[in-house]
Ligand binder design. Structure first.
Ligand code: MN
Length: 357
């Protein structure tokens, strides 16, 4: 159990007049218990209240080691876990609900406890999770180290892997060999015109002369995610690619340069967007500049034009500007950065020079 994190959360509950909370998402339960529990469709609920009472409601077949036996309320497949949960709740006190709680469970609970007032606690947990402690920072660095090594090996095998799907499979194998526990998302491999879609799903498209090759990859190690994008070119790319590559690189570098405590997330987005707009490609930068990364691949803070989050030391997020030319191709360059006391530290070290493979 992570006592300090639990206490920080209890303080936030108090500030927000929430007497009791039910945390149900696996990543958030992991954040507080230091144990990864995947119950599938079954209910997993970590109950906490301001008196410091803690209960874990879980199906009996899951083996849990992070929580004392007398704090566990186990149920069998023939029990209704919502009845157990409802009995734990203290009458008349506001209940904090994790927005990831399955709607079916919540509806059942509402039927039993319709007189209660409910509040969404996910923004409070997100606020805690976006500031990484030293242990988390070390895990994040290690995950990105594996990502850097993998990227190097992937770029070397591009000419051997004909289709996007074959390269995506190779990426997963390389991650495994480099010691990753899993991928943090399905690798994005996009050749040629496909690279103008930021979320292209690898298909049977084969690589051909002149293609832009977007590689957006990340792994999970010790439950912490990495995420990096590099764009390289195959054969003889058109001059436009060289031009937009340098613009995206300038946007990536200048945005990273702007990251420091006290700056708002929207200001980092603005720096990246202004570089691309100044060169006439503003309409082709079609997504936000970045997102927080941690136990989950997308979390707070979001680096977008409408995000007022003020950057603080310990935040880790991506800086990933891009230019996407329909039917031609796209360029995206992405690094993870850690906000430090004076500025930021880049967690990815794979080079960003214009590269032809
Ligand atoms: Mn990303």
């Amino acid at each position: 159990m992570k006592k300090e994190r639990l206490n920080n959360f209890i303080n936030l509950m108090e500030e927000n007049n929430i007497y009791q909370s039910i945390i149900t998402s696996t990543p958030s339960v992991f954040y507080f218990l230091n144990e990864w529990i995947e119950p599938g469709e079954r209910l997993l609920a970590l109950y906490i209240n301001l008196s410091g009472e803690i209960k874990l409601i879980i199906n009996e077949m899951f083996k849990v080691t992070s929580v004392d036996k007398n704090l566990m309320l186990t149920y069998s497949d023939s029990d209704n876990p919502i009845n157990i949960l409802a009995n734990v709740l203290i009458d008349g006190k506001t209940i904090g609900i994790d927005e990831k709680m399955q709607a079916g469970f919540l509806l059942e609970l509402l039927n039993l406890r319709h007189s209660f007032s409910f509040k969404n606690i996910s923004p409070l947990i997100a606020k805690l999770r976006m500031i990484k402690d030293d242990e988390e920072i070390n895990y994040m660095k290690f995950s990105s180290e594996i990502n850097d090594k993998t990227m190097g090996k992937v770029i070397n095998v591009i000419p051997e892997m004909l289709s996007e799907r074959l390269l995506a499979k190779a990426i997963k194998n390389i991650f495994e060999r480099e010691g990753a526990d899993n991928v943090s998302f399905e690798p994005i491999v996009a050749y040629g015109a496909n690279s103008s879609n930021p979320h292209h799903v690898p298909d049977s498209t084969n690589i051909k002369d002149g293609d832009a090759v977007v590689l957006d990859i990340g792994c999970i190690k010790n439950h912490y995610c990495s995420d990096m994008t590099r764009t390289v070119f195959f054969g003889n790319p058109i001059n436009t690619f060289k031009k937009i590559y340098e613009i995206v690189l300038e946007a990536n570098l200048k945005a990273i340069d702007s990251v420091k405590p006290g700056v708002k997330a929207c200001e980092v987005d603005k720096v990246a967007r202004e570089v691309i707009t100044k060169h006439g490609y503003g309409d082709y930068f079609i997504h936000r500049t970045g997102h927080g990364v941690g136990i989950e691949i997308h979390e707070m803070p979001y680096i977008s034009s409408n995000s007022d989050v003020v950057l603080e030391p310990g935040m880790i997020f991506s800086v990933e500007p891009g230019i996407y030319l329909p039917n031609i191709g796209g360029v995206r360059i992405e690094d993870l950065v850690l906000v430090t006391k004076k500025g930021c530290k880049i967690l990815n070290h794979y080079p960003k020079d214009f590269t032809i493979v």
